[in-house]
Design a binder for this molecule. Sequence first.
Ligand code: PLP
Length: 398
Amino acid sequence: MFVYMDHTATTPVSPEVLKVMTPYFSEMFGNPSSVYSFSKKSRAAIEKAREQVAKALNAEASEIFFTSSGTEADNWALKGTLERAIKLNKGDHLITSAIEHHAILHTAEYLEKYHGVKVTYLPVDSEGFINLNDLENSITEKTALVSIMFANNEVGTIQPVKEIGKICRAHKIPFHTDAVQAAAQLNIDVKNLNIDMLSLSGHKMYAPKGVGVLYIRKGVHPENFMHGGAQEKGKRASTENIAGIVGLGEAMEILKGRFDDDKKKISAWRDEIISGIKNKIPYAKLNGATGENRLPNNINFSFIGVEGETLLLDLDLKGVCASTGSACSSESLDPSHVLMAMGLKHEMAHGSVRLTLGRLNDYEQVKYILEVLPEIVSRRREMSPLWEEFLKSEGASK
Ligand code: PLP
């Protein structure tokens, strides 16, 4: 059986999305900036996609800016805001969290190194939540931006975004959120949630790779990030990725129409896998929050005595695509920074496996996972000195 349970790493382009994109690769190839009427079709397609995204987020079309990725949107929000604040003498302090994606963390490090920005990395509790008092206490008159992710890509914890936005509004500090993982699964209303900037990525929501969005609320002015032509109202240069943009717009419209059904089905499978693993595998530790505070599709466990990488290879032999940590750091052997920030011991952070559900799954696959995973963990533990040691320390016998 082939089981793709890594929808957080990426998703396939859905057939409906591919269909609307296809003409923009070939017959409708006009440059949207050209003056002749042929090119106006490309322009109209981009503007339609902008409306679709705006509607999905309860934003205005004029507040939607297309980028090349979620990473670019994150870079733009952070660098653009801090560089401008420094230039205008309005502060040089950034508040973010210890469990952000590297698109945020490495950008924050860059700002520290090259622009002297002071960065506060808010800690998280054992389920991955920041503390709102910590946020409030970290704000100074120099704070130029708060950037806290909507939902974590490794453990699926959903932050109290509305309350974070409220605190930022009260202090008149712009609030950016990386919603790359949240947008495919949750209804997001930027007005209701007090969000000033928000990043999205096409390939996490059944649209293609290489396209993203930065929502910038009217009245918020990050400095431009990509310099060149006058595209995106002069704010983001480069000839538009029309097919990608059209695909992203369509994908968001489709998502909106099926959110509630998808969420019900997928979260029921999630809960069945979580309780099945807990019942069948002794000392299985669920990482992250539970219920409504966890992304409907996220399952993340640590199994003492078993290396995450080994589990992935064993799962691969059984036809299962899963992940340990984020896909982007899969080439690194460091334990996950997210799990370490949540207080896991090194060996537990190393032994984590993430399964993320989506449109490619069905109930047969849920049952299959609950058959193969317990077998694999048990076999690996049989060979593990760490497991032996652990059992001794627990006073149990094998
Ligand atoms: N932010 C989060 C939370 C992510 O999970 C990812 C990708 O995994 C990104 C940003 C980067 O998005 P992209 O791959 O579009 O650059």
